[in-house]
Design a protein around this ligand. Structure first.
Ligand SMILES: *[C@@H]1O[C@H](CO)[C@@H](O)[C@H](O)[C@H]1NC(C)=O
Length: 258
């Protein structure tokens, strides 16, 4: 995928707090080419959403198929791996509610929050890598000193946590930090959806991190959200357990359509 697919760059600078609640999603994708075909399918999607919300908080992940006969819908919900059970439950319930309001007529819908992701479709997507639709956020501010070293350390940290993420016992999650100076620490987290094989996870993360030198070149922070994986780095702690420093940042966002 190349950056020429970018359709939309929202240059709006917004304040984003690192402990933001889950009221507003980071992004929503309602696939206009997959309209809900029948009352029955609509009812299955409702039923599926309830099941996703019920089951995801137990261990932070659920993938299920719901329906009967030939009319199955498939769904997946997952929380960021560092989020508490309560935080996960709240986020997924909110996601299940909002996705139906935001994509009322689509049978293929996805919603991203900072703490969770929820998706359903009339096609079986479980276990398949999807980097077609992407949401990118970057800090409006640049790293201005020792950029070469910053990029080198960022590369090393990403490599380290990507190799964590593909180890089966880590359930798709990798996170870590690197001290750049006595006062500056780089934090990063990557996560694949847990239905992916290690190979598919590695593939998704590689594509996600591939956006860093382009959209996020030298930026103080960057997030890439796909349907199959999440990557983020910041110069402040953003994953749990949170350190004391909470910062505001200028955030710019872009959506990439397949
Ligand atoms: C950061 O760098 C980019 C690319 O050089 C530039 O367009 C942007 O204005 C810079 N941001 C700030 C806040 O200086």
């Amino acid at each position: 995928m190349t950056l020429s697919h970018h359709l939309l760059l929202l240059g709006v600078l917004s304040l984003w707090h690192c402990s933001a609640d889950s009221a507003d999603p980071l992004g929503v994708f309602c696939n206009k080419d997959a309209k809900i075909g029948s009352q029955k399918q609509s009812a299955y999607i409702d039923g599926l959403s309830v099941q996703l919300a019920l089951k995801a908080s137990t261990n932070g992940f659920v993938a299920i198929s719901y329906g009967s006969g030939q009319d199955f819908v498939h769904g997946l919900a997952q929380c960021r791996g560092d989020v508490s059970k309560e935080g996960c439950s709240t986020c997924i319930q909110d996601a299940a509610k909002q996705i139906r309001t935001r994509c009322p007529n689509e049978a293929d819908s996805r919603i991203w929050f900072e703490y969770c992701f929820l998706r359903y479709s009339d096609k079986d997507f479980i276990g398949k890598v999807d980097t077609g639709f992407g949401i990118l956020y970057r800090n409006g501010d640049n790293v201005t000193t020792e950029t070469e070293r910053f990029n080198e350390e960022l590369g090393k940290l990403m490599e380290k946590i990507r190799s964590q993420a593909v180890e089966p016992q880590n359930a798709g999650l990798g996170k870590g930090q690197t001290k750049l100076s006595p006062f500056v620490t780089l934090y990063a987290l990557v996560q694949c959806t847990r239905d992916l094989s290690p190979l598919s996870c590695a593939q998704c993360l590689s594509i996600a991190v591939g956006n860093f030198p382009n959209f996020c070149d030298n930026r103080k922070g960057c997030r890439v959200l796909y349907s199959s994986c999440y990557t983020r780095y910041e110069l402040y702690p953003f994953f749990f357990p949170l350190g004391s420093a909470q910062r505001f940042s200028n955030t710019q966002m872009m959506m990439v359509y397949p």
